[in-house]
Write a protein that binds this ligand. Structure first.
Ligand code: ZN
Length: 260
């Protein structure tokens, strides 16, 4: 009885961290199935770019609305709803702009409302969630240790979660504010025990760019004090066929096969 009681009051929590879904329903569904099979995940933390590029913006928004989650805004989320905070489709390359114009035409009022209500920054427990970086939440790509160091003074929590670059990467920063970077791989989880400040990118669900086409996401386990990366194969062909049917740019569909 005592054990049971403690179990219910326990502080153990598991959170799934997803980023850059980009209207890829097959990838999102595969990731959510994987999360469900892993079990025990209380909440999904979403780092933005729910839409853009892919063929199923409305379906992806609908799924997120039905899931227990917190989610910040990405640059594509704001671009497709008409230039919120001066993020505009015109700043994208032609393929991305094309896809985002198509996306904007698909959304209904509720979808637009959902996207426009996404906050820029969320603080949750020891984590700050942003799309790009704490310094420039929807614009900056955090890919260098120099940028990581400069961003340390822009968030107050011990850890920060970012997306935007679609690269699974971990920055580990010590008290002297010196940061090192490494690829975030499934076989090498990140410990949150060491006292270091961490900036973690879980990679992209819907358009990986690290040479691995499998969908990427992470799980933070607060009892084990670990953040672990997962890669999930999904039906890429089906996403590509839908993109083709909608007349979305060929290069955007092709890149999914290679994870670039
Ligand atoms: Zn993105």
């Amino acid at each position: 009885m005592q054990e049971n009681f403690r179990w219910h009051l326990g502080t153990e929590m598991r959170y799934a961290i997803i980023a850059d879904i980009h209207s890829n329903l097959e990838a999102l569904t595969a990731v959510l199935d994987d999360i469900e099979q892993a079990g025990g995940v209380e909440e999904i933390w979403c780092l933005g770019d729910v839409v853009g590029y892919g063929p199923d913006p409305r379906e992806c928004i609908a799924i997120l609305r039905q899931t227990t989650n917190i989610c910040v805004a990405g640059n594509h989320d704001w671009a497709v709803i008409g230039g919120k905070n001066e993020v505009d489709i015109s700043e994208f390359n032609p393929d991305a702009a094309n896809a985002d114009q198509w996306t904007a035409q698909q959304l209904n009022d509720e979808d637009v409302e959902y996207l426009s209500n996404l906050p820029l920054v969320i603080e949750k427990d020891d984590f700050t969630l942003v799309h790009g970086s704490p310094r420039e939440p929807v614009r900056e790509y955090l890919l260098s240790t120099g940028a990581a160091i400069q961003n340390l003074s822009y968030f107050e929590t011990q850890f920060c979660l970012v997306g935007h670059s679609h690269q699974p990467i971990v920055f580990t920063c010590d008290e002297t504010e010196d940061c090192s970077a490494r690829y975030f791989l499934p076989e090498s989880p990140v410990s949150t025990k060491s006292g270091s400040r961490l900036i973690i990118n879980p990679g992209s669900v819907g358009q990986p760019r690290d040479g691995n086409p499998d969908a990427a996401y992470a799980i933070y386990d607060s009892e084990q004090q670990l953040v672990r990366l997962y890669r999930v194969p999904y039906d890429i062909r089906s996403t590509q066929e839908k993109m083709q049917a909608h007349g979305l740019p060929v290069r955007l569909a092709a890149r999914l096969s290679y994870g670039v």
